[in-house]
Design a binder for this molecule. Structure first.
Ligand code: ARG
Ligand code: ASP
Length: 754
């Protein structure tokens, strides 16, 4: 007995080391069982119930999915919502005109009547979540084929959804976790009247732009402000002038006490997608084959766009946002591959797989089905490689980088809607499409696109392992790539706004006829046909097998290593990550401290540069050290890093202190640690946050929008703690209110840069 207990203790101690500090994106309703103790050991003063509760207001009631992609959080009793500048970018851009250029100059509503409505922008709350695995997997067994399994699951999904009692204004969503071994149900509530309240100029909100993207040290004030409006009953309502500011169940108080290295941090949000449980074969394929191909394609496109952007200002403006989007993951993949190599990510997978193999090789009947998982993975990944590569290249070219080809996909859909649903379906989709096209041509340059097309089609035909040189394409290439580009771009209607509008104004039948004759449409069709015939079916078949095997592998890992704690891969559902404010060693002999300051912004300042210009008002405030109550020992903090495990979708997530107060706003990760989606390593994986005091400083001192700070609840948790621990020590515990009054008195004159 005694020795068994000792073994258990040893296992527990050992297990604490397996899951490294900071790793994991946890389900809020399972924190009590899995994480609460560790979080408190790391310094957290809250309980799991303070973070997620269905009985009382808790932190989760302040966390909002921002338009399905980013995260945002409530920071006032009047529905004030904080997210990143890059998350609100398209709203800021859509309200911008040449006279009122909010991207360049910033925007600040000085009262609620100036807040700007946004069509199609939604804010979604999680009302509740529960485990429905048993109901969803009812009647499912391991002898079923994957098709049988899926159809049994689909039936159950339908039944469980229908049976769930919800309010008329709520929705139900069920998602698979742990590769389909578990299922959770979410009740969501979506607000549809979300108005723009404030945004700093790009020279603050996007300071450093692509050069600094994914990089520490960082100096970006990546934030924007919105407000949720509700009907008079505080429930979701379509936009109406009569709507009122939403009253939340909970909003985050804001800590004025700042952070120090070692402080506990919690990031609460909606991480999009990670792949932590891939076998080594998949990781090698990503690093050695797929990433390099995608990086190469984007590099060709970016070089061409960059060349034109440097030639004139109009092009620079037209392509800034597209360039940033393409450059974002181009840069991320380079960092990811580099990081996996630097931390021997594949070696670590091998080690785990060796342990796994040893475990399943012992004499135990139950383990027999697990013995061939890894060999099967090896075989399947080898088989899928040329298809996966062809698919990635096809997607990068046809859906991402050649704008004309991307639009041909939409036209293809239009044609098939006509062929399947007749004129009615055609007209509905055409109306949507012509709206999109109207915007598209504002920022389109066919000369650039043609050059990208020429370079990428050459690359595609030269490098793609399967499909490109199918018969119908070969004759088109006889005149060479330039010849092909000429014949497509010089004769298509769809590089031209008027010609496109003209097609849309025709009778459906005539329009479809014209579209089908267009050379760009024709070329797109041929490319897609080759792909659909030669790549897609085989890829899908192999990928289905891999997913099925991955489900069994996940189950096996959890069974074979019962002492380990597992978190499900990110899938755009609500998660909690936690860690500490923490610097790191990016390379030999170099240590990065975890906080940057406004002095660092000034050190990067390049007058007139589109990435590193600094607005005059900010330079003046810096020169006068006029930081109001937001400074830290006379310096203005800007960003900080921590060991919280985050990914795309966590942008805009709150960074929360040990007591549940807001200390920062998550927006990025460090270059060396971008591989955390595949292989989190606590030595170099760090998330980047804006210090909340910098946000308040910009709103209040820079923009003169102190009325927004007045709405917030400012607190001093650290100072309160000091007094509590040692009442005899007299500390100056400033209430938030006093701090605010002081700040307000200092702001004089009109609001700048409106
Ligand atoms: N890298 C961050 C993320 O993945 C920020 C992207 C926006 N900024 C930019 N310069 N592209 O979303
Ligand atoms: N920048 C990312 C986002 O927009 C966050 C990340 O990938 O770390 O969600």
């Amino acid at each position: 007995m005694y020795s068994i207990r000792i073994v258990k203790v040893i296992i527990l101690v050992f297990c604490a080391n397996i899951l490294l500090a900071g790793e994991g994106m946890w389900l809020p309703f399972l924190l009590k069982a899995l994480n609460e103790q560790e979080m408190q050991d790391m310094g957290m003063k809250m309980s799991a119930e303070d973070i997620y509760s269905i009985n009382k207001g808790s932190l989760k009631d302040a966390i909002v999915h921002f338009n399905g992609g980013c995260t945002s959080e409530l920071i006032s009793a009047e529905g004030l919502l904080l997210t990143n500048h890059h998350c609100g970018y398209s709203q800021i851009q859509s309200h911008s005109t040449l006279e009122n250029n909010y991207l360049r100059d910033g925007f600040w509503a000085m009262n609620k009547s100036e807040e700007l409505p946004n069509q199609d922008l939604v804010a979604t709350f999680i009302v509740s979540m529960e485990d429905v695995t048993e109901q969803i997997l009812k009647g499912v067994n391991e002898n079923m084929t994957s098709k049988e399994r899926q159809s049994a699951i689909d039936k159950n999904l339908d039944a469980v959804k229908k049976a769930k009692q919800i309010e008329s204004y709520d929705d139900v969503m069920i998602k698979p976790f742990f590769k389909g071994n578990q299922y959770f149900l979410f009740v969501t509530r979506t607000y549809k009247d979300v108005r723009m309240v404030g945004a700093p100029p790009e020279s603050i909100g996007k300071f450093g732009s692509d050069t600094d993207n994914w990089v520490w040290p960082r100096h970006t004030g990546d934030f924007s402000l919105f407000r949720i409006y509700a009907g008079p009953d505080n429930l979701p309502a379509e936009y109406s002038k009569e709507n009122v500011p939403f009253k939340p169940k909970h909003f985050l108080p804001i800590s004025m006490d700042g952070i120090e290295e070692g402080d506990f941090t919690l990031v609460f949000g909606f991480p999009g997608r990670t792949n932590q449980y891939l076998p080594s074969y998949a990781v090698s394929q990503t690093v050695d084959v797929l990433n390099p191909a995608k990086i190469g394609i984007r590099e060709s496109a970016l070089n061409i766009i960059d060349k034109y952007m440097r030639q004139d200002e109009k092009t620079r403006l037209q392509y800034a946002s597209k360039f940033a989007r393409v450059a974002n993951y181009w840069k991320k993949w380079i960092g990811e591959s580099t990081g996996i190599k630097a931390t021997d990510g594949i070696g670590k997978k091998h080690k785990l797989e060796k342990e796994f193999t040893e475990k399943v090789s012992v004499k135990d009947k139950a383990l027999i089905p697990y013995r061939d998982i890894l060999p099967r993975f090896e075989k399947l990944y080898k088989e899928i490689e040329p298809y996966a590569l062809s698919r990635d290249m096809y997607n990068e070219i046809v859906f991402r980088n050649v704008e004309l080809l991307r639009n041909m996909n939409y036209l293809n859909r239009l044609v098939s809607v006509y062929e399947n649903n007749g004129a009615e379906g055609y007209n509905a989709y055409k109306n949507r499409l012509s709206g999109y096209m109207g915007n598209f041509f504002k920022d389109y340059n066919a000369t650039i696109d043609k050059e990208v097309f020429t370079a990428l089609i050459e690359k595609y035909t030269a490098e793609v392992p399967i499909a490109a040189l199918s018969d119908p394409l070969v004759p088109m290439l006889r005149s060479g790539y330039q010849g092909l580009a000429n014949s497509v771009y010089d004769n298509t209607m769809f590089t031209n706004a008027e010609a496109t509008t003209k097609v849309f104004s025709m009778e459906p039948e005539k329009a479809v006829e014209a579209i089908k004759k267009d050379p760009a449409y024709d070329f797109g069709q041929k490319l897609t046909k080759a792909y659909n015939e030669n790549v897609e079916p085989k890829y899908t078949a192999l990928n289905t097998e891999i997913s099925e095997l991955q489900r069994i592998y996940m189950k096996a890992l959890m069974e074979v290593f019962p002492e380990r704690r597992f978190f499900p891969d990110a899938n755009s559902t609500m998660r909690v990550s936690y860690g500490k404010v923490n610097g790191y060693h990016p390379r030999d002999a170099v240590y990065y401290t975890p906080v940057t300051y406004l002095d660092g912004v000034m050190a990067k300042y390049k007058p007139g540069d589109y990435e590193f210009d600094v607005p005059e008002k900010l330079r003046d405030l810096h020169a006068a050290k006029d930081y109001g109550p937001y400074a830290d020992n006379g310096k203005m903090p800007v960003c900080f890093i921590g060991s919280n495990h985050t990914t795309g979708g966590n942008s805009g997530s709150p960074a929360i202190d040990a007591h549940g107060n807001l200390i920062g706003l998550n927006f990025d990760r460090v270059w060396e640690g971008t591989m955390s989606d595949i292989n989190y390593d606590p030595s170099i994986c760090r998330n980047i946050m804006v210090d909340i005091r910098f946000v308040l400083f910009i709103v209040d001192k820079y923009a003169g929008a102190g009325h927004l700070v007045d709405e917030m609840k400012l607190v001093n948790p650290k100072k309160a703690e000091e007094v509590k621990l040692n009442p005899s020590v007299k500390t100056d515990v400033k209430s938030g209110k006093k701090a605010k009054i002081k700040a307000k008195n200092k702001v004089k004159g009109k609001a700048p840069n409106r």
